[in-house]
Design a protein around this ligand. Structure first.
Ligand SMILES: Nc1ncnc2c1ncn2[C@@H]1O[C@H](COP(=O)(O)OP(=O)(O)OP(=O)(O)O)[C@@H](O)[C@H]1O
Ligand SMILES: [Mg+2]
Length: 1023
């Protein structure tokens, strides 16, 4: 971690604790180095030193805020945001109250620092719409309070002329939920008097410069600051760095946000205007030297705006009412006295109004919820100032700074060192200047300056500022920090006027002029004026003066005493809280950027005690905590102390730090506390704690996630089971329905089946429809493909028999029609012949059946195979058919191959080139064939001519074809005879023989012994 730190220290050292040597020069060099690079913040431990850059730096944007949010203090370069964030997170984790003390001389940048911190909280704290309005109010209270309480001084163009302590209240979640402001002693004298180069409070200029015509008219004002005595004494009504017009707009807007209604604002501006008018009220002496008004116009406006009787007002400003026994006597004023009263009235009205504004803002920011809250206080009080002429106000302001320095010393240097002692920690005391002596000089009861002043104010007789000085000289005669003209040595005396006293403040010498001390301390207003104001119709004035009256039975406390007690209260408030410090340094007197006036800064470093603080920080311990608190926070880092340490807390702490590996010089164990020397040790521990928290959180998260996941899983499983059950139910119900349906259907089917033969009833109608449909469907796919297929037709159920028969007929007819349409003329002729063959032979000759499938040819011998001489011989006759035959001789029945040609008129038996026989169809009286399987044909020829050869016996392989052709050509159908047994033949005219037929193994034909032709054929195959 330290490595990271030094790596970032590119420009100088960002924590003075790490400086090599603790000399002023080294300190200033480092500050200067960083300042030149616009690095205005440097740490001394957790204290932040800020040098006013006098120019806008781009380090206050949202990005920067995000960067510093929740980051360890030393993780990033020094920044006011780091301090704000650290205070905030410590508050949240330790649930205690804190305050940030912003100190430094006038113009060092305290107010700016406090605004930056407020803005940081406004932006970085968790937010809701409701809280946003609270935050807006807190932020917007600033422009209003600055308008009424800040003014240009020689030191600072926006110098706070009142002290401000603001509590920001946070709830347990860290939300900024409310705020409360305490204000301290407004420098009222500024209302009526400003030194050269200074201005009155901003609001006057803002109203005159920014107010619109109507408003100014209503208030009787002119748009010219030069017109008003109260605005021109410093002779610098307008300043380059201030834009009154714009500021006026911001103030008006801010007033709305902090809930000022119209009547409030009217009253408020009425008061501001009335003060301006009062400043212009002039007196002149009458004949007796008494003051009287020289013009009534301005007074008229005052009385109108404050809602008081003009007459009484005039009287109040020029006469004093003295009550003598029962009478009231009016005592006229001199001009000086009248002016004094006028100014006193202006101051009183303005002062009261300022208090009223603060109260009103508090009402608006108040958080009415009574739940526990922690606070971070922001203290921005006027800085130490030294002018050429210093008066009562500077005395108070510087006293206040003295008190704050004392507090700082108490909380850091003194108590810290005392603590080491009481805790028995080895310690080499660091010497420092304790300004208690100066505080005592101012505030000690009966002996201090304030007491002396009060005594002079209250003492009867002619007490004056000078008698007061004398009293001081008497009392403080030899005080080392007090000197007057009378008390001083020769050299010093030259620097002092007779009416001056000088205090040697912690921050330097300041010479105060006693003139006005008594009056300012008394701050009295004559009774008649007070009464008049109490009756004012201006709501704010009436309210303020009545409230004052109600607790004025006693003589009111003097201003200084009031201030002293309010500072005492403030100290009490602050000591009850944890402190954080911002020490602001002013780099030069001319408000210029980039100028580092070394001697000026050296002086501030010295009086702010920064070197002492650094020494204590370096030698001391950055962190200390009670054993119990330390143990409680870090016990998770050591197994022996987690989750509980049962022994003595100090032992637990020892065990814990041993476990963490702290080196002996890094820590000390005191009586009740542990002391850790370097922040880095603490931050390493804190880092480890963060990591451990993270690990613990991860474990918790894992457990929780596991638990959630299991729960989720269980839920899902239950849901899945439920869905499954439902789904199964649905399925089961469906199944049941399906089965019920199936049972019904089956029942009906069975009933239908049983009554299938009966007439159509409700019981069987569906079954029958089903049967019909299924039969038709099956039939559709199983129809016979050919006409000849007689087997394929599906057997129908009883009810469909008739339908089936009709369909079968239709189908057959269809097939036939299709077939018939497809046959050629040749096929037709063939069929005709085949049918003729059938008519002749079917059932008569055994070989017929075999022949049916063999198609008939047109001829069996082509014309080219017939001898040309034969063709020549029969050229007049058309050849119709030729077929090879085996002719059997008539005598020996020898077989002779021959061609047989059929013409239109005759059949020719051809042997090569010769026509062996011509058988005219007319002479062909019969044709015989056997009924067996043989192929023998016998032509019975009319045999009148003995030369004529006898009957012709032939064997033809194409018996049926030949005979059918012959029948067609010669129209001999009727003469063909199928003979059973033998066939008689006429060999020659008058000479007969016989052809016998028998069956045997081998087909053959031979001349039998009987002289007959024996034809053996195979037996017909029976099917
Ligand atoms: N951080 C900063 N960045 C830029 N300018 C700054 C910063 N701080 C201060 N200044 C300048 O310095 C001026 C004086 O600062 P500021 O009013 O805060 O001083 P102060 O310490 O409050 O003085 P006083 O005691 O008189 O009220 C501012 O008006 C501004 O111009
Ligand atoms: Mg300020």
């Amino acid at each position: 971690m330290e490595g990271a730190l030094t790596a970032r220290d590119r420009v100088g050292i960002q924590d003075f604790v790490l400086l090599d040597e603790t000399t002023d020069t080294a300190f200033l060099n480092n500050l200067n180095k960083r300042f030149k690079e616009d690095l205005i913040y440097t740490y001394i431990g957790t204290l932040i030193v800020s040098v006013n850059p006098y120019k806008d730096l781009d380090i206050y944007n949202k990005k920067q805020m995000d960067l510093y949010m929740g980051v360890n203090f030393f993780e990033l370069p020094p920044h006011i945001y780091a301090l704000a964030d650290n205070a905030y997170h410590t508050m949240l984790s330790e649930l205690n109250n804190h305050f940030i003390l912003i100190s430094g001389e006038s113009g060092a940048g305290k107010t700016e620092a406090s605004k930056k911190i407020l803005q940081y909280y406004a932006v970085s704290c968790p937010s809701t719409a409701l809280l946003d309005t609270v935050r807006d109010k807190m932020l917007m209270s600033n422009p209003v309070l600055e308008a009424f309480g800040n003014a240009k001084t020689l030191k600072n163009d926006n110098s706070s002329r009142f002290g401000k302590y603001m509590d920001i209240q946070f709830d347990s979640q860290g939300d900024a939920v409310g705020g409360h402001i305490l204000s301290y002693l407004l420098e009222k004298s500024r209302v009526v008097h400003q030194n050269h180069g200074e201005r009155n409070f901003h609001i006057f200029y803002q109203l005159v410069e920014g107010g619109d015509e109507d408003l100014l008219h209503q208030l009787g004002l002119e748009k010219d600051c030069q017109h008003y005595n109260y605005l021109t004494q410093g002779q610098c009504a307008s300043v380059a760095s201030i834009n009154d017009k714009n500021d006026w707009k911001s103030v008006k807007n801010a007033l709305q946000i902090i809930d000022f209604n119209e009547s409030n604002t009217n009253d408020l501006f009425g008061i501001v205007a009335s003060v301006l008018h009062l400043g212009n009220v002039q007196f002149e002496p009458d004949s007796r030297g008494h003051a009287c008004l020289n013009s009534h116009a301005e007074l008229g406006w005052v009385s109108t705006l404050l809602g008081v009787d003009v007459q009484l007002l005039q009287e109040g400003l020029t006469y004093r009412k003295i009550e003598a026994k029962r009478d009231e006597v009016l005592s006229p004023f001199t001009i000086d006295h009248a002016i004094y009263v006028r100014d006193a009235l202006a101051k009183a009205i303005y002062g009261q109004t300022f208090t009223w504004v603060v109260n009103r803002i508090n009402e608006s920011m108040e958080n009415k919820d009574s739940s526990r809250k922690t606070v971070i206080g922001l203290l921005d009080i006027y800085g130490f100032e030294v002018f050429y002429l210093n008066s009562f106000e500077q005395f108070c302001i510087n006293y206040c700074n003295e008190k704050l320095q004392q507090l700082f010393i108490q909380l850091t240097l003194k108590s810290e060192q005392e603590e080491y002692e009481s805790e028995d920690i080895e310690w080499e005391p660091v010497q420092f200047f304790n300004n208690k002596i100066i505080c005592d000089l101012v505030e000690e009861r009966h002996r201090g300056i304030i007491s002396t002043l009060d005594e002079e104010c209250l003492r009867p007789g002619d007490a004056t500022d000078l008698t007061f000085l004398e009293r001081l000289e008497e009392k403080m005669g030899n005080h080392p920090h007090f000197v007057t003209h009378k008390l001083a040595d020769k050299i010093t005396r030259k620097t002092l006027e007779r009416g001056d006293f000088r205090l040697l403040h912690y921050a330097g010498e300041v010479t105060y002029c006693v003139v006005g001390f008594l009056d300012k301390n008394n701050d009295l207003l004559y009774r008649n004026i007070k009464d008049l104001m109490r009756r004012s119709k201006n709501g704010i004035v009436g309210e303020c003066f009545s409230a004052e009256e109600s607790d004025s039975k006693r003589r009111p406390e003097t201003v200084a005493t009031q201030f002293k007690s309010s500072l005492l209260k403030l100290t009490e408030i602050l000591t009850a809280k944890e402190a954080w410090y911002v020490r602001c340094l002013k780099p030069n007197e001319s408000k210029k950027p980039g100028q580092f006036d070394e001697s000026l800064i050296r002086h501030q470093v010295k009086y702010l005690g920064l070197m002492e603080h650094l020494r204590v920080r370096r030698a001391g311990f950055a962190y200390r905590r009670k054993f119990e608190v330390f143990l409680q926070r870090y016990k998770a880092l050591c197994p022996a102390t987690w989750p509980h340490w049962r022994g003595v807390p100090s032992d637990g702490v020892e065990v814990l730090v041993q476990h963490l590996g702290f080196l002996p010089n890094e820590y000390k164990i005191g009586r009740t506390k542990i002391f850790i020397r370097h922040p880095r040790t603490l931050y390493a521990t804190e880092d480890a704690f963060e990591k451990c928290k993270h690990d613990l959180a991860t474990r918790l998260q894992a457990k929780y996630k596991g638990y959630r996941a299991k729960g989720e899983f269980r839920k899902q499983k239950e849901a899945a089971t439920k869905i499954e059950n439902c789904w199964r139910g649905v399925q089961a119900r469906k199944e049941r329905e399906r089965r019920a349906w199936a049972v019904k259907v089956i029942k009906q089917f069975i009933k239908g089946y049983m009554t299938r033969g009966e007439a159509k009833t409700t019981d069987n109608s569906e079954y029958l429809a089903f049967v019909r449909q299924s039969y038709l469907n099956r039939l559709k796919n199983n129809l016979p493909k050919t006409v000849l297929d007689k087997t394929t037709w599906l057997t129908p159920a009883y009810v469909l028999e008739e339908t089936s028969a009709i369909l079968r007929r239709l189908h057959t007819r269809n097939m036939v029609r299709k077939y018939v349409r497809g046959i050629t003329p040749q096929q037709k002729a063939q069929f005709q012949m085949k049918s003729m063959t059938e008519a002749i032979f079917k059932g008569r000759k055994d070989s017929y059946a075999q022949s049916v499938a063999q198609p008939f040819a047109d001829t069996r011998i082509g014309e080219q195979e017939i001898n040309t001489r034969v063709l020549q011989a029969i050229r007049n006759e058309r050849i119709k058919y030729s077929v090879p035959v085996m002719k059997y001789d008539r005598n020996g029945f020898k077989p002779r191959p021959r061609q047989l040609i059929l013409t239109q008129t005759a059949a020719y038996v051809i042997d090569e080139a010769r026509i062996k026989q011509r058988v005219l169809y007319t002479s062909l009286k019969g044709i015989s064939v056997s009924n067996l399987m043989d192929d023998i044909i016998v032509f019975h020829i009319t045999c009148e001519d003995p030369k004529q050869k006898g009957d012709l016996v032939m064997q033809c392989d194409h018996l049926f074809e030949f005979l059918t052709k012959l029948s067609v050509v010669a129209n001999k159908q009727s003469v063909i005879k199928v003979v059973q047994g033998s066939i008689k033949i006429e060999i020659q005219a008058g000479k007969e023989s016989v052809v016998d037929f028998s069956t045997g193994q081998e087909p053959m034909a031979y001349k039998a012994k009987s002289g007959h032709l024996m034809v053996v054929s195979t037996r017909a195959r029976t099917r």
